[in-house]
Ligand binder design. Structure first.
Ligand code: GLV
Ligand code: MN
Ligand code: MN
Length: 430
């Protein structure tokens, strides 16, 4: 007899972890106390289901389900793991993020395992393929700046030397933080052995925009379908502008004598908005800005400002960043400042594996007959891994249409429906 746990019960266990009283919502940066607590929660829940939990050399958690009949509790043997079906998501969050971005995919994977184990017990699931649930660290890049750092390392999509030298806001390197969390930095990076085990990766995720609430998909009551199948991930990148001026005294420096990088930064932010608004399909954001030294009565000597740009056509993204860079140089020069641009990460637009997408559509529409195919503007580990293995995604309706914010929301019924769809998808692929 298998006890199935609803995804909403699983999610309810996480409500107190990493709450951010200042920003609202949750702040769960990778390897913070909150994220570590969630990783422990995951390991305990996976063990409760008889899954063998392992941490690989990039800090990715894997929970392996024994093949039928073996029941060793150590997971399938190495040869049995080849071509495994993998599902999962991430547990870290942006600063002041919502409850669902990441954890919903992890909790749904565990709840889907419950359903599959119950079906196996009653003889309605036959499988000859290994299944694992994976949890990827630093998906948001909110601590070390590069999104999907765990999956990028695994897939060889980032030079490990670059990854290990990334620093958090307190100056700690990713190498040091990884070491403090039991990893050996010398062993981190592309892991063809681990990648070779993944036959298909399916990630369930909260929908992060209004995609399922648009008129195209909603019924007469204005309600959209509970689930969509992922079609593509919008190309995106992150850049840092460092604007340098003359630090000085707020009271003694005449307005005409200033080289104030904050003034240049303010104009640059407006230019970013105007430039992106003039380009169909583009999104550009400055969501983070750090004046140095950051005193009320101090004209800043430097401002670091981070730019996030996204567009379906990677060439347009590149052209937009070039244009914004040109504007930044003019703005900075006018203010007597200089500017330096650094690319921190770049991922092209990804179209999910067509055969896997068709399979997801066929399986998911058994539970949600009107499940559409949806493109996402958000980045995902499934997008990074798509360069190396077939990947696909399911999105669960977000009635608020808001994400990366405490207002991100999923209704219980939709979350349950998402798990049923995921269980059907996994069963068909097993
Ligand atoms: C992560 O959710 C991103 O799209 O930046
Ligand atoms: Mn996410
Ligand atoms: Mn996110």
């Amino acid at each position: 007899m298998v006890n199935t746990t609803s995804v909403n019960t699983l999610m309810a266990a996480l409500t107190d972890t990493g709450r951010d009283s200042r920003r609202g919502g949750y702040s769960r940066p990778v390897y913070s106390a909150a994220e570590l607590e969630l990783r422990e929660w995951f390991a305990a829940e996976a063990a409760r289901r008889g899954l063998a939990v392992e941490t690989d050399r990039n800090g990715i958690l894997w929970a392996w389900w024994d093949l039928p009949g073996s029941g060793t509790g150590t997971g399938p043997s190495a040869p049995e793991r080849r071509g495994a079906l993998v599902t999962g998501s991430h547990l870290d969050s942006v600063p002041g993020g919502g409850a669902f971005d990441g954890p919903l995919g992890v909790a749904s994977a565990l709840a889907a395992v419950d359903i599959l184990q119950a079906r196996e017990n009653d003889g309605t699931l036959l499988r000859n393929r290994a299944l694992a649930v994976a949890v990827f660290p630093e998906e948001e890049g909110s601590r070390f700046g590069v999104a999907c750092l765990g999956s990028r390392l695994l897939a060889g999509a980032i030079d490990p030397r670059k990854a290990l030298s990334l620093r958090d806001a307190d100056g700690n390197t990713f190498a040091d933080v990884s070491r403090a969390n039991g990893l050996d930095p010398d062993l981190m990076g592309r892991d063809d052995a681990a990648l070779g085990l993944i036959g298909d990766f399916v990630e369930l995720h909260v929908e992060q925009g209004r995609g399922l609430n648009t008129e195209e998909f909603t019924d007469s009551a204005g309600r959209g379908p509970a689930v969509a199948v992922g079609g593509s991930v919008l190309g995106h990148g992150r850049w840092r502008f460092t604007i340098s001026g003359q630090g000085n005294h707020a009271g003694t420096t005449l307005m005409a004598d200033r080289s104030d990088p904050m003034v240049a930064a303010a104009q640059l932010i407006v230019a970013v908005r105007q430039t992106a608004a003039a380009q169909a399909g583009a999104r550009a954001t400055v969501g983070r800005l750090e004046p140095v030294p950051g005193g009320t009565n101090v004209i800043a000597s430097r401002v670091d400002l981070w730019l996030d740009v996204r567009h379906p056509d990677d060439a347009v993204t590149a052209a937009l960043v070039e244009k914004i860079h040109g504007q930044a140089q003019k703005i900075a020069a006018f203010e007597g400042c200089s500017v330096q641009l650094t690319e921190e990460s770049l991922s092209g637009t990804v179209h999910f594996d067509p055969a896997l997408q068709r399979s997801l559509e066929q399986s998911a529409t058994r539970t949600v007959p009107d499940a559409p195919v949806l493109a996402t503007g958000a980045g995902h580990d499934a997008g990074v891994l798509a360069a190396r293995v077939p990947t696909g995604m399911l999105f669960v309706r977000n009635p608020s249409g808001i994400s990366h914010s405490p207002e991100e929301y999923v209704e219980d019924w939709d979350a349950d429906t998402g798990v049923l769809a995921l269980a059907d998808v996994l069963q068909d692929l097993l």
